[in-house]
Write a new protein. Structure first.
Length: 168
């Protein structure tokens, strides 16, 4: 088994959010997030797990889409969310936020925690990886650091028995 890891450099983004949990809602704030990734698997015919250059480019593209937005958790059970007239209105109890639509990035998650962001970025990375490249991988782990010393990780294992044409 082999493993490659990329971190630092320009794999980062800045974004605003707030988290609602336990009947509470944080204040609106932002982070300078940093993304890292670990890919584990067997060597390809080209004798690498995954091309470092392509991996960093792919993560950079994902970070660019997240950069300088308010991140909206569309599946939140705690927020009342409405889109109208090129703006998003978000309510939590007596709080009301209104953002221009162009400043909002809607994510298919229930909360904008570092854990859910790591899962989202991992999903985006998996979608970007070609099927043939995926066949040699056994797992992808993505880390999202929201502050120095505070990183959340999400790992996606690949199960060979569920990929058509692969051997268990």
């Amino acid at each position: 088994m082999y493993r490659v890891e990329v971190e630092k450099g320009n794999m980062s983004f800045s974004a605003a959010h707030f988290i609602s949990f336990g009947g509470k809602c944080e204040r609106l704030h932002g982070h300078n997030y940093a993304v890292s990734a670990i890919l584990e698997g067997n060597l390809t015919e080209d004798r690498y797990v995954f091309d470092f250059v392509e991996l960093k480019k792919t993560i950079r593209r994902i970070c660019d889409r997240l950069d300088h937005h308010f991140l909206l958790p569309m599946q939140s059970q705690h927020l009342d969310i409405k889109e109208a007239d090129e703006e998003w209105e978000i309510r939590f109890e007596n709080r009301r936020y209104v953002f221009p639509a162009e400043d909002v990035l809607v994510l298919p998650v229930d909360s904008i925690t570092a854990e859910r962001l790591a899962e989202y970025v991992c999903g985006q990375l998996i979608e970007s990886v070609k099927e043939q490249e995926r066949l040699s991988l056994t797992s992808i782990t993505v880390g999202v650091e929201e502050a120095p010393g505070q990183t959340a990780f999400y790992q996606h294992p690949f199960q060979r028995d569920k990929i058509p044409g692969s051997t268990p």
